[in-house]
Design a binder for this molecule. Sequence first.
Ligand code: SAH
Length: 345
Amino acid sequence: MTDIKSLSKEELKSEIKALNLPSFRAEQIYKWLHKEGVTSFDEMTDLSKSLRAELSEKYDISYCEIEQKFVSKIDGTVKYLFRLSDGEYIESVIMKYKYGFTICVSSQVGCKMGCKFCASTLAGFKRNLLSGEMESQLHAAQKDLGIRISHIVLMGIGEPLDNYDNVIRFIKTVNDENGLNISMRDITLSTCGLVNRIYDLMNEELPITLTISLHAPNDEIRSKTMPINDKYGVDEVIKACKNYYSKTSRRISFEYTLIKDVNDSEQCALELAEKLKGFNCHVNLIPVNDVEERGNIRSSEKAVNNFYNILNSKGINATIRRTLGKDINASCGQLRRKKQGSEIF
Ligand code: SAH
């Protein structure tokens, strides 16, 4: 059955028209699905019972059911393991900042990209998420916590640009004023660097923030940890970013996860500064999170500060990201893996 929550507004309107229903019904249903985040047609109380029954025979409503919830005692960060209608698991994290609540959304069940430091790829790739399933992560968390989420980062499990159409649909849906009404400017999409899709995204001209997981200043080092680099190298990625910025005027961020003795040397910092010289961008330095199976060692505080200072002295905007939810393994991919592990073994 079709997931009614993953239809665009226009598609919903034409479905409703095809059922010989007046167009205001589409508006009512749209609000129930996207503003209220209902999970059943029975909750659509301004529709007749017979119409609710008719709709439920024709459509599904995607949802996220809370399987597990962890709350950080240190900073209140909340991590959910959600179960989807087909029994698959995904993760979302809610972080509280001064400007409001941010959700880290998963875009796929698993990931194909194979980055060596990341937990999300360990359990393999299962399938893309529907836009309704991405949106349901917000609805489920908002309902559970009694809050309004104002910011989204597409940095959970999965590679958002590898699920391009559904992710664009998701962004447009959460932005709708009859839905969650989240400003595009408060949405960040993170990619490992699918260059062809960066150009597609550029042409959409959405005022979202694009973040690139760079993690190395050259191909030799990047290819060691990120298989995608064999397809799209560092220079090609940076070139795409420069084009993206020229067209959209949206400043790009680069994520740089610091791993001891892999990419944290002074030489790496200098090379990165040279590559980004003159480009109005931002570098986010992230001491790598330990992932049991990965064996990467976090850079020392001294190395992190040194890296930061070198970038700064070369005129590159940089920040060191503070870690939230340290006590609940808030970085994504780890729970789904554990859950799977417990079922397989
Ligand atoms: N696939 C997308 C988004 C998901 S990952 C991407 O690659 O950008 C979100 C961010 O977390 C990426 O920058 C990713 O490289 C980073 N990341 C993954 N594993 C990590 C770890 N163990 N420690 C720190 N950052 C990690």
